[in-house]
Design a protein around this ligand. Sequence first.
Ligand SMILES: [Zn+2]
Length: 112
Amino acid sequence: MKPSPIVFRNARAVRAIAKHCAYCGDEFTRRNPATFDHVIPRLRGGTKATNNGLAACQHCNGLKGSLSLDEFFRRFPLAIQNVKAYLKERQGKKIDGVEYAAAIKKRFGLYY
Ligand SMILES: [Zn+2]
């Protein structure tokens, strides 16, 4: 079954589900706000659906840019553990009825 295409409606919704950047693990604050990072970049056909999104700080979102997740992990291998921890923390949390971590892991084949 295809996961429902759902979006983080706004920055507050992103913060509600994630306290830390998926890539570097830094805590989100007023000065370090959460952004919606498109895992498959929009330039490469990625959608705005929640299962294509990780909450990232602006710095990491900029570093990732239009890289694929694999390309990003090759450049920044420490991010792999942070993404795994991010998804583990998010297990069971739902956005619009869809279990977020499961939807991301299924889509990107991320297992731990
Ligand atoms: Zn970050």
